[in-house]
Design a protein around this ligand. Structure first.
Ligand SMILES: [Zn+2]
Length: 255
Protein backbone atom coordinates (compact mmCIF):
# COMPACT_ATOMS: atom_id res chain seq x y z
CA UNK A 1 0.00 0.00 0.00
CA UNK A 2 1.44 3.40 -0.88
CA UNK A 3 0.27 6.91 -0.16
CA UNK A 4 1.69 10.24 -1.15
CA UNK A 5 1.10 13.06 1.27
CA UNK A 6 -0.68 15.99 -0.28
CA UNK A 7 1.48 19.07 -0.72
CA UNK A 8 -0.70 20.91 1.77
CA UNK A 9 0.74 18.73 4.50
CA UNK A 10 4.32 19.86 3.96
CA UNK A 11 5.50 22.26 6.62
CA UNK A 12 9.16 23.16 6.44
CA UNK A 13 10.14 26.37 8.21
CA UNK A 14 13.73 26.91 9.26
CA UNK A 15 15.14 29.57 11.53
CA UNK A 16 18.88 29.83 11.02
CA UNK A 17 20.73 26.56 11.54
CA UNK A 18 19.55 25.90 15.09
CA UNK A 19 15.77 25.73 14.89
CA UNK A 20 13.03 24.06 12.93
CA UNK A 21 9.64 25.68 13.44
CA UNK A 22 6.24 24.16 12.73
CA UNK A 23 4.63 27.01 10.82
CA UNK A 24 1.23 25.30 10.79
CA UNK A 25 0.57 26.16 14.42
CA UNK A 26 2.45 29.47 14.64
CA UNK A 27 -0.44 31.74 13.61
CA UNK A 28 -2.46 30.73 16.68
CA UNK A 29 0.33 31.74 19.02
CA UNK A 30 2.06 28.42 19.63
CA UNK A 31 5.85 28.48 19.57
CA UNK A 32 6.50 24.99 18.18
CA UNK A 33 10.24 24.66 17.76
CA UNK A 34 12.72 21.82 17.43
CA UNK A 35 16.47 22.06 17.71
CA UNK A 36 18.73 20.73 14.95
CA UNK A 37 22.12 19.00 14.86
CA UNK A 38 23.68 22.24 16.13
CA UNK A 39 23.91 20.82 19.68
CA UNK A 40 23.07 17.81 21.81
CA UNK A 41 19.92 18.40 23.88
CA UNK A 42 21.18 16.00 26.54
CA UNK A 43 23.50 18.87 27.52
CA UNK A 44 21.27 20.86 29.89
CA UNK A 45 23.28 24.07 29.63
CA UNK A 46 23.32 23.99 25.82
CA UNK A 47 19.59 23.27 25.88
CA UNK A 48 18.91 26.23 28.17
CA UNK A 49 20.98 28.57 25.99
CA UNK A 50 19.02 27.41 22.95
CA UNK A 51 15.64 27.87 24.67
CA UNK A 52 16.53 31.43 25.57
CA UNK A 53 17.80 32.08 22.03
CA UNK A 54 14.39 30.81 20.85
CA UNK A 55 12.74 33.47 23.05
CA UNK A 56 11.40 31.00 25.60
CA UNK A 57 11.79 33.26 28.64
CA UNK A 58 13.90 31.94 31.52
CA UNK A 59 11.05 32.57 33.97
CA UNK A 60 8.72 30.18 32.15
CA UNK A 61 8.87 26.80 33.95
CA UNK A 62 10.05 23.84 31.86
CA UNK A 63 7.93 20.66 32.03
CA UNK A 64 9.52 17.42 30.87
CA UNK A 65 9.08 13.68 31.25
CA UNK A 66 11.11 10.48 31.37
CA UNK A 67 10.33 9.14 27.92
CA UNK A 68 9.52 5.45 27.70
CA UNK A 69 8.05 5.06 24.16
CA UNK A 70 4.54 4.66 25.56
CA UNK A 71 1.27 6.54 25.13
CA UNK A 72 0.91 8.20 28.54
CA UNK A 73 0.21 11.94 28.49
CA UNK A 74 0.49 13.93 31.71
CA UNK A 75 -0.53 17.46 32.69
CA UNK A 76 2.49 19.78 32.69
CA UNK A 77 1.84 20.72 36.32
CA UNK A 78 2.75 17.13 37.26
CA UNK A 79 6.05 17.34 35.36
CA UNK A 80 7.65 20.43 36.88
CA UNK A 81 9.16 19.26 40.17
CA UNK A 82 9.72 15.70 39.05
CA UNK A 83 9.64 13.92 35.71
CA UNK A 84 7.03 11.18 35.50
CA UNK A 85 7.35 8.35 33.00
CA UNK A 86 5.34 9.52 30.00
CA UNK A 87 5.66 10.54 26.35
CA UNK A 88 3.31 13.48 26.20
CA UNK A 89 2.57 16.69 28.09
CA UNK A 90 -0.40 19.03 27.93
CA UNK A 91 -1.36 22.31 29.53
CA UNK A 92 -3.88 25.18 29.58
CA UNK A 93 -1.23 27.47 31.03
CA UNK A 94 0.53 30.03 28.87
CA UNK A 95 3.31 30.21 31.44
CA UNK A 96 4.84 26.80 30.93
CA UNK A 97 7.14 25.32 28.29
CA UNK A 98 6.54 21.70 27.30
CA UNK A 99 9.75 19.88 26.42
CA UNK A 100 10.57 16.50 24.84
CA UNK A 101 13.74 15.04 23.33
CA UNK A 102 13.79 13.28 19.97
CA UNK A 103 16.07 11.61 17.41
CA UNK A 104 14.10 9.86 14.63
CA UNK A 105 10.91 9.84 16.74
CA UNK A 106 8.50 12.62 15.82
CA UNK A 107 7.76 15.62 17.99
CA UNK A 108 4.02 16.24 17.59
CA UNK A 109 2.43 19.52 18.64
CA UNK A 110 -1.32 19.89 19.28
CA UNK A 111 -2.95 23.27 19.77
CA UNK A 112 -6.52 24.38 20.46
CA UNK A 113 -7.49 27.30 18.21
CA UNK A 114 -10.02 28.48 20.76
CA UNK A 115 -7.98 28.47 23.96
CA UNK A 116 -4.41 28.38 25.29
CA UNK A 117 -4.53 24.57 25.57
CA UNK A 118 -1.70 22.70 23.86
CA UNK A 119 0.21 19.43 23.99
CA UNK A 120 3.55 18.05 22.88
CA UNK A 121 4.29 14.39 22.19
CA UNK A 122 7.36 12.22 21.64
CA UNK A 123 6.10 9.67 19.11
CA UNK A 124 8.11 6.84 17.62
CA UNK A 125 6.72 3.62 16.23
CA UNK A 126 6.12 2.17 19.69
CA UNK A 127 4.17 5.21 20.86
CA UNK A 128 2.19 5.31 17.61
CA UNK A 129 1.45 1.59 17.91
CA UNK A 130 0.14 2.31 21.42
CA UNK A 131 -2.11 5.04 20.02
CA UNK A 132 -0.41 8.12 21.44
CA UNK A 133 -2.02 10.51 18.93
CA UNK A 134 -5.49 9.09 19.62
CA UNK A 135 -4.84 9.47 23.35
CA UNK A 136 -3.61 13.03 22.99
CA UNK A 137 -6.67 14.14 21.02
CA UNK A 138 -8.87 12.43 23.62
CA UNK A 139 -7.05 14.15 26.47
CA UNK A 140 -7.52 17.62 24.98
CA UNK A 141 -11.16 16.98 24.06
CA UNK A 142 -11.82 15.76 27.59
CA UNK A 143 -10.28 19.01 28.86
CA UNK A 144 -12.79 20.97 26.77
CA UNK A 145 -11.27 21.33 23.30
CA UNK A 146 -13.59 21.16 20.29
CA UNK A 147 -11.75 18.67 18.08
CA UNK A 148 -12.88 20.57 14.97
CA UNK A 149 -10.70 23.42 16.24
CA UNK A 150 -7.63 21.34 16.93
CA UNK A 151 -4.38 21.90 15.01
CA UNK A 152 -1.67 19.28 14.79
CA UNK A 153 1.92 19.75 13.63
CA UNK A 154 4.15 16.72 13.04
CA UNK A 155 7.86 17.57 13.18
CA UNK A 156 10.86 16.03 11.39
CA UNK A 157 11.32 12.31 11.98
CA UNK A 158 12.43 9.08 10.32
CA UNK A 159 10.65 8.93 6.96
CA UNK A 160 9.72 5.78 4.99
CA UNK A 161 13.07 5.96 3.13
CA UNK A 162 14.76 4.95 6.40
CA UNK A 163 12.02 3.43 8.56
CA UNK A 164 12.57 -0.28 7.93
CA UNK A 165 10.40 -2.55 10.06
CA UNK A 166 10.01 -6.31 10.24
CA UNK A 167 6.69 -8.14 9.95
CA UNK A 168 6.24 -8.23 13.75
CA UNK A 169 6.19 -4.41 13.85
CA UNK A 170 4.30 -4.02 10.57
CA UNK A 171 1.46 -6.13 11.98
CA UNK A 172 0.71 -3.42 14.54
CA UNK A 173 0.13 -0.85 11.77
CA UNK A 174 -1.91 -2.73 9.17
CA UNK A 175 -5.12 -1.07 10.42
CA UNK A 176 -3.91 2.44 9.53
CA UNK A 177 -4.38 3.54 5.89
CA UNK A 178 -1.07 4.28 4.15
CA UNK A 179 1.06 3.19 7.11
CA UNK A 180 2.94 0.41 5.32
CA UNK A 181 4.83 0.78 2.07
CA UNK A 182 6.74 -1.60 -0.12
CA UNK A 183 10.41 -2.17 0.76
CA UNK A 184 11.19 -0.38 -2.52
CA UNK A 185 10.66 2.86 -0.54
CA UNK A 186 13.73 2.02 1.57
CA UNK A 187 17.08 3.64 0.76
CA UNK A 188 18.89 0.65 2.22
CA UNK A 189 17.43 -2.65 3.37
CA UNK A 190 18.89 -4.86 6.08
CA UNK A 191 16.20 -7.54 6.41
CA UNK A 192 14.75 -9.54 3.57
CA UNK A 193 11.29 -9.65 5.15
CA UNK A 194 10.97 -5.92 5.93
CA UNK A 195 8.67 -3.15 4.74
CA UNK A 196 8.77 0.64 5.12
CA UNK A 197 6.71 2.33 7.83
CA UNK A 198 5.26 5.79 7.17
CA UNK A 199 4.95 7.31 10.64
CA UNK A 200 3.39 10.50 9.26
CA UNK A 201 0.60 8.46 7.68
CA UNK A 202 -0.05 6.71 11.01
CA UNK A 203 -0.17 9.96 12.98
CA UNK A 204 -2.46 11.59 10.40
CA UNK A 205 -4.72 8.51 10.27
CA UNK A 206 -5.04 8.41 14.06
CA UNK A 207 -5.85 12.13 14.20
CA UNK A 208 -8.44 11.84 11.42
CA UNK A 209 -10.03 8.78 13.02
CA UNK A 210 -10.31 10.79 16.24
CA UNK A 211 -12.18 13.54 14.38
CA UNK A 212 -9.45 16.08 13.62
CA UNK A 213 -9.99 17.96 10.34
CA UNK A 214 -7.32 16.90 7.83
CA UNK A 215 -6.55 20.44 6.65
CA UNK A 216 -5.62 21.34 10.24
CA UNK A 217 -2.82 18.76 10.23
CA UNK A 218 0.62 19.70 8.90
CA UNK A 219 3.74 17.56 8.71
CA UNK A 220 7.41 18.14 8.03
CA UNK A 221 8.81 16.00 5.23
CA UNK A 222 12.50 16.04 6.22
CA UNK A 223 14.01 12.67 7.13
CA UNK A 224 16.17 12.87 10.26
CA UNK A 225 18.43 10.03 9.11
CA UNK A 226 18.95 11.30 5.54
CA UNK A 227 19.58 14.89 6.63
CA UNK A 228 22.84 14.44 8.54
CA UNK A 229 23.55 18.13 7.91
CA UNK A 230 20.48 19.17 9.88
CA UNK A 231 19.39 16.51 12.36
CA UNK A 232 20.58 13.94 14.84
CA UNK A 233 19.36 10.42 14.11
CA UNK A 234 19.16 7.39 16.35
CA UNK A 235 19.43 5.03 13.38
CA UNK A 236 22.46 6.89 12.02
CA UNK A 237 24.27 7.56 15.32
CA UNK A 238 23.18 4.56 17.37
CA UNK A 239 22.17 4.23 21.02
CA UNK A 240 23.54 6.92 23.33
CA UNK A 241 23.89 9.37 20.43
CA UNK A 242 22.94 13.04 20.53
CA UNK A 243 19.31 14.16 20.83
CA UNK A 244 17.27 17.13 19.66
CA UNK A 245 14.86 19.10 21.82
CA UNK A 246 11.32 20.05 20.89
CA UNK A 247 9.44 22.73 22.77
CA UNK A 248 5.87 24.02 22.90
CA UNK A 249 5.05 27.29 24.60
CA UNK A 250 1.93 29.35 24.16
CA UNK A 251 3.35 32.63 25.41
CA UNK A 252 5.14 34.77 22.86
CA UNK A 253 8.05 36.97 23.81
CA UNK A 254 7.20 40.55 22.79
CA UNK A 255 9.07 41.43 19.58
ZN1 LIG B 1 15.63 8.84 5.11
Amino acid sequence: MTQTHPQALADEVWEGDTAFIMGGVADIGLRAIMSTAAFDARDREALERWLQACKVPADVPRASVRQVHGATIVPARDALESQPEADGLWTDDVNVALLVRVADCAPIWLADEGSSRCALLHAGWRGLASGIVTRAVGTLVEAGTNMRRLRIGIGPHLQPCCCEVGPEVAAAFSVWPGALRSARSLRTRIRQDSVALDMTAVAVAQARAAGVIETKITAASSCTRCRADAFHSYRRNGAGGPLMAAVAVRRMEPA
